[in-house]
Design a protein around this ligand. Structure first.
Ligand code: ZN
Length: 254
């Protein structure tokens, strides 16, 4: 009797495991509707610590804190933004392999700012002891697209956080807004948005009233010289600060 019970238990366990297996296998294949995936993305954004008051619904995407894009059809990371360790980032990184080659496609609407884009790439690529390496995509394959967009008065650019081990796929630059800025400041906007696409949040998130961010281990705190300070378009730092570089090397070691 005991033996047959254990056999039954074994069969039941095997059946359960198969069901569990099927369930996880089915999940990725199940087509998510735009609406339900959008709800998941909204939950993910709030799990990252952003306050609902800082989330704008833009139709096909959410815009957070003015310059960060979350497409409603994005792949939400498996941890749903809840897994955290301790400037500041989202807790979700570009994979080590992908960070070594981030191909940036310059849309035809942005070729007039090619020199500024080149300068921004050079800044990120010069960070010591850091795996981040951007390069211009010359063919049709790329990881990140940078394009001009009318983002409304006062918004200079928008970046997109990484997901699924990939750099955020899109950078929008409001060319009309930054056209009157100096070369160094136009370049700053592009370098800053590229920082969002590799997970950086605003270093001064607390001072400008944004929701809590995850400190980079050993590199938390404020930094007036950080190029990742928000709300400083046209007036902020134009080069990555010592702490910006230190943080990039901690998150993306060689
Ligand atoms: Zn920003």
């Amino acid at each position: 009797m005991k033996k047959s019970l254990s056999i039954i238990a074994g069969v039941a366990l095997a059946a359960f495991m198969m069901a569990a297996c099927n369930k996880s296998n089915d999940n990725p294949a199940a087509p998510a509707t735009q609406q339900s995936n959008g709800d998941k993305v909204y939950a993910y954004i709030t799990n990252l610590g952003f306050a609902p008051s800082n989330i704008q619904d833009n139709g096909t995407e959410y815009i957070v804190e003015g310059d960060i894009i979350f497409p409603k059809n994005m792949q939400v990371p498996a941890d749903n933004g809840k897994v955290k360790t301790e400037q500041f980032y989202t807790g979700v990184l570009v994979s080590q392999t992908n960070s070594r080659k981030i191909r940036l496609k310059v849309h035809s609407t942005m070729t007039s700012m090619s020199a500024e884009i080149d300068a921004a790439i050079a800044q990120w690529n010069a960070v010591p002891n850091c795996s981040i390496h951007w390069e211009l995509a010359t063919g049709t394959s790329y990881d990140v697209l940078i394009q001009d967009a009318n983002l409304g008065a006062g918004v200079c650019g928008q970046g997109q956080f990484p997901a699924g081990g990939l750099a955020g796929a899109l950078i929008k630059i409001n060319k009309a807004q930054i056209a009157g800025n100096s070369f160094a400041q136009r370049q700053r906007t592009i370098t800053h948005e590229m920082g969002h696409n590799v997970s950086f949040r605003h270093t001064n998130w607390s001072a400008i009233g944004e929701s809590s961010a995850t400190p980079v281990p050993g590199v938390g705190g404020t930094d007036a010289s950080s190029i990742m300070n928000g709300g400083q378009c046209g007036s902020g730092a134009t080069v990555l600060s010592a702490k910006d570089k230190q943080a990039a090397a901690v998150l993306y070691p060689l």
